[in-house]
Design a protein around this ligand. Structure first.
Ligand SMILES: Cc1cc2nc3c(=O)[nH]c(=O)nc-3n(C[C@H](O)[C@H](O)[C@H](O)COP(=O)(O)OP(=O)(O)OC[C@H]3O[C@@H](n4cnc5c(N)ncnc54)[C@H](O)[C@@H]3O)c2cc1C
Length: 459
């Protein structure tokens, strides 16, 4: 077992690993404690059946939308070889009138249609222009001019096709959100920041590439489940069946409901926010195929959005072998089916066989002959899939953001209610800097001081 570190980080998802990396760069000794047997969390990639199976996150937009992520990619040299973080071709299509309509969410779609009528396309342009001008800050959703309006409120004044074929399926399929309940501010800020779907990228070697590269440089203990966190005069104690760890400070880089359970004595403003941060569950099937088939209308494209009036249980079908040819062996295929919020509610706790039966039967309509092609199926369940920004969470966030630095800090996509890996990565820099402030205010007996790392690319 390692000596007591300056900082213990709970969770080896991208948030925890990025926070640990920044703290280590500042000169802290850091130990990362991860309950599962591998790093990556919701950005994990399985290596099975000759395939690279992304279990959670699938893609990342360009540096304009994900600046913190791309800063890390460059710092670690992950884009050093050609094609290591390639663009995804034909990223998004909409299922309409019996086939996938490509070019959704990109300028070309305004010409080709992308499943929307000319009036709906004009309205989409109007919506995107309004969002672009609204000055939305993805890291401070509680200050948004949209206030506590929901996603449904945001799109009410726009063409029904924009609402029902694009925005609602996007919020549901990519975030697991119910448009009537979830706050528009973080969704709109994410949409405005992410730009065109023509700029989506993936990692050639699996979506866990960033997590693995960070973990290689850090002291990470997998199979180490933290069960309780307490803060006292002499630092933080992290209890676990694998042994108690003490540290001068800790970062809880786990979903908010897990952090609330672990740190029962959190100060009131933190507790309020932790409890207000709900999560939408997500459910997805990965299908390893004996041949590379795809939804009707897709040739080289990646994801097809399925509106709720087309299917109540299936929300997105992704063609992983088109995302990057290395995802499946030559001549074979890899495809995933993401359940809708209704499908997830119905099937999250059902046995695998039932999940497969229900979703595969539905997916058959979009990919005729699919069942006959399936060799192996992997079911991925995320009880804490994506943070759901309810108006109540937005209200509680202001007090949370104003809290003084403390021995226990937080990182994760929920910190700014930004339901994506960029939210997780950007929260990590904030958490690390707050820990450094805390350690500087209460120097160790050794008198060691830590300085915030700087990079020429940082704002
Ligand atoms: C189905 C799905 C699709 C997605 N698609 C995209 C996408 O295409 N693009 C995108 O940018 N984002 C996407 N996301 C969101 C993205 O995956 C997450 O925002 C991001 O990975 C969250 O990282 P994190 O470090 O905050 O949390 P996590 O990845 O959840 O990491 C938390 C870690 O803590 C560990 N842990 C939990 N409890 C304990 C404990 N008690 N002790 C020790 N360790 C513990 C967990 O095992 C986990 O490894 C998707 C998410 C899902 C679920």
């Amino acid at each position: 077992m390692s000596a007591a570190p300056d900082v213990a980080v709970v969770g080896a998802g991208v948030a925890g690993l990025a926070a640990a990396h920044r703290l280590a760069r500042a000169g802290c000794s850091v130990r990362v404690l991860e309950s599962s047997d591998a790093v990556g969390g919701r950005m994990r990639t399985l290596r099975a059946d000759g395939c690279l199976i992304d279990t959670g996150a699938e893609m990342l937009p360009s540096a304009r939308g994900y600046p913190a992520t791309w800063r890390l990619i460059r710092e670690l040299g992950l884009d050093g070889t050609w094609g290591a973080v390639p663009r995804v071709r034909g990223a998004l299509a909409i299922w309409h009138a019996g086939r996938s309509r490509p070019n959704a969410g990109r300028p070309l779609g305004l010409l080709t249609g992308a499943g929307l009528s000319p009036r709906a396309r004009m309205d989409l342009l109007r919506l995107l222009t309004a969002l672009g001008r609204a000055g939305l800050d993805p890291d401070r959703p509680e200050l948004s001019p949209l206030g506590t309006a929901t996603v449904a409120d945001l799109v009410r004044a726009y063409h029904p096709q924009v609402r029902d074929r694009l925005i609602r399926p996007l919020a549901a399929g990519f975030f697991g959100w119910d448009a009537e309940r979830s706050a528009a501010a973080p969704f709109a800020a994410h949409l405005a920041a992410s730009g065109s779907t023509g700029d989506w990228h993936t990692y050639r070697d699996g979506m866990d590439t960033l997590a693995r590269a960070l973990a290689d440089r850090l002291d990470v203990s997998t199979g180490h489940t933290v069960t309780a966190v307490t803060a006292g005069q002499d630092g933080v104690r992290l209890a676990s069946p694998q042994g108690t760890v003490t540290a001068r400070a800790a970062v809880l880089a786990v979903p908010a409901p897990v952090a609330a359970e672990l740190y029962a004595d959190a100060p009131p403003a933190e507790r309020d926010y932790l409890r207000a941060c709900g999560y939408a569950p997500m459910l997805r099937l990965s299908l390893v195929l004996d041949r590379p088939v795809a939804p009707r209308g897709v040739r080289r494209g990646f994801a097809t959005l399925v509106p709720a009036d087309e299917d109540a249980l299936v929300n997105v079908i992704t063609v992983d072998h088109n995302k990057h040819p290395g995802r499946a062996p030559v001549g074979r295929g890899l495809l995933s089916v993401v359940a809708s919020p209704r499908g997830t509610a119905e099937l999250l706790d059902a046995p695998d066989a039932r999940v497969v039966d229900r979703l595969l039967a539905r997916a058959e309509r979009f990919v005729p002959g699919l069942s006959a092609r399936v060799q192996t199926v992997h079911v991925h369940r995320f009880r804490y899939g994506l943070p759901e920004a309810t108006p109540r969470a937005l209200e509680a966030r202001a007090a949370f953001a104003r809290r003084p630095s403390a021995p226990v800090e937080y990182a994760g996509d929920w910190v700014a209610l930004r339901p994506c890996s960029e939210g997780a990565v950007s929260s990590a820099a904030l958490a690390a800097d707050r820990v450094l402030d805390h350690l500087s205010a209460a120097p160790a007996a050794s008198g060691r001081a830590f300085a915030r790392p700087t990079s020429s690319e940082e704002p």
